[in-house]
Design a protein around this ligand. Sequence first.
Ligand code: SF4
Ligand code: ZN
Ligand code: ZN
Length: 305
Amino acid sequence: MMKCTICKKEAHFRIPRHNVKFCKLHFDEYVLNQVKRAIKHFNMFNKNERIGVAVSGGKDSIACIDILNRLGYDTVGIHINLGIVDFSEKSEKIVLKFSKSKNIPIYTYLMRELFGLSIIEIGKPFSQKICSVCGKLKRYYLSKIAKEIGVDVIVTGHNLDDVSATLLGNLLFSNVQYLARQYPVIPAENNNPKKAKPLVRLTDQETKLYLELRGIEYVRDTCPLSKGANSLYYKEALNNLESHFKSIKAHFYFSYLDKIQPLLENKLESSFGKSSCKICGEKTSSKTSICFVCSIKSKLLKNRG
Ligand code: SF4
Ligand code: ZN
Ligand code: ZN
């Protein structure tokens, strides 16, 4: 019988990167402690701030809102139905079911109403890089919604696998301005709320086990548009490395933050948008003074006649 490292009762979970095994109770405690440590260490937010969690319905966002709620934070959810046919319909249902069962308010929106087109309708001309477009639209509307509903911090469920994959991608292509923004908390800027990622100390596998332990439903399907996304290759490469070098993902990300990110401090300033978009007023670093969202909106709507 596998024994819990703490209480020596039967263990159900093994965390190879920490060389520990946990019973249900101590696994749950471990997850909550990892999130508490991340919030404290990176000084992410406090209990007087109102937290808006971006809830897609996937395991990380559902785990994130559940954990913050259990830790006593003033938490609401924000869900944007992207309009990716059945996948988005199923996701919204799961999100609303979670909201009801835990009594946590989740505001829901339709990308089609926010932007004028759903992601599937935008998809065609951008099929090669739809995830990049989708990501930018989500960030843009999350900030707008957060200001409208009055939240102080936008929280996303990015975990260690996500942030280390993003870091790898940005290093491979020397994206210096993005490399300056790898910290899991970005202060309020340009009238937009602070952003934080409190799950950076947990892996894909750990958030999944957490939800299974809590008996909480989440969207298990992957987005049908995710095929071929670069991040999948970066994750695969890091998983391969992790199987040879225990804890390499955590080491890669946290030692980068510690030793390299401070050297890029002067690049952080220049990564903020400098002028205001002539159409919507949001800050943009675009030379034309029209932000990415307004620019693709006008192109797409023009194409549709
Ligand atoms: Fe959007 Fe890509 Fe995520 Fe699908 S996989 S929700 S298209 S970012
Ligand atoms: Zn135990
Ligand atoms: Zn704009």
